[in-house]
Design a protein around this ligand. Structure first.
Ligand code: HEM
Length: 180
């Protein structure tokens, strides 16, 4: 995974727990590189999982909750650093529908080694979007947080529920329903 993701996760932890606590936490996380991540590096997702587990032990919050919070943090980061992807979308559904066929396609051009998930979307009704996420990485809750933050970003409200894909713990269908 891209180093930016690690750098942002550590920034979020530092803001929540303070720099000294995060240094201790990274020491205890048994990381291959001792916690020295750079934005231009590439690191295994298993290292990200170790940091989330260490942050969970530190805070008492579950890994799922932390991943979700991190999804909000990361979406806010993308809004600031890639505003052009958001500017031409008229609402959250349009944004979510553009990730697989447009946004992550551009990300892949910029970073050919990016590890990106797959999305399939279906408009069930005008106010109900189904979005099936699949990835070899255990990041369903991170994705959930990004979708929630995307809805917030467009100043909208939506109820987001999940319907797991059997036999694949890293995949899920998000059912995103706007109040009609
Ligand atoms: C609501 C909108 C978005 C959602 C739900 C979303 C979802 C995700 C998820 C879940 C991942 C983690 C990889 C995985 O699950 O296998 C990911 C990775 C990534 N996404 Fe998106 N994304 C969104 C928008 C964006 C935007 C606007 C950008 C900006 C360019 C972006 C750039 C990236 C990058 C750089 C990675 C990391 C790839 C790597 O580490 O190798 N995404 N995205």
């Amino acid at each position: 995974m891209k180093g930016t993701i690690f750098v942002e996760l550590i920034k979020m932890a530092e803001e929540a727990f303070g720099e000294d606590a995060v240094d201790d936490m990274l020491d205890r996380a048994n990381l291959e590189n001792g916690g020295a991540f750079t934005a231009v590096g590439n690191y295994p997702c298993s290292e990200l999982v170790k940091i989330v587990e260490a942050a969970s032990a530190q805070s008492g919050l579950s890994g799922d909750v932390l991943q979700r919070k991190f999804g909000h943090w990361m979406l806010a980061h993308f809004v600031v650093h890639y505003p052009e992807f958001f500017a031409d979308k008229k609402n959250a559904f349009a944004m979510l529908e553009a990730i697989d066929g447009e946004i992550h396609v551009e990300v892949r051009k910029l970073y050919p080694d990016a590890e990106l998930p797959k999305f399939e979307t279906e408009r069930v009704t005008a106010d109900h979007l189904d979005m099936t996420y699949s990835s070899p990485r255990p990041l369903v809750d991170f994705c959930h947080g990004m979708i929630e933050a995307c809805v917030d970003q467009f100043d909208e409200k939506a109820d987001i529920s999940r319907c797991p894909v059997h036999a694949d713990p890293n995949s899920t269908t998000f059912q995103i329903k706007r109040p009609s």
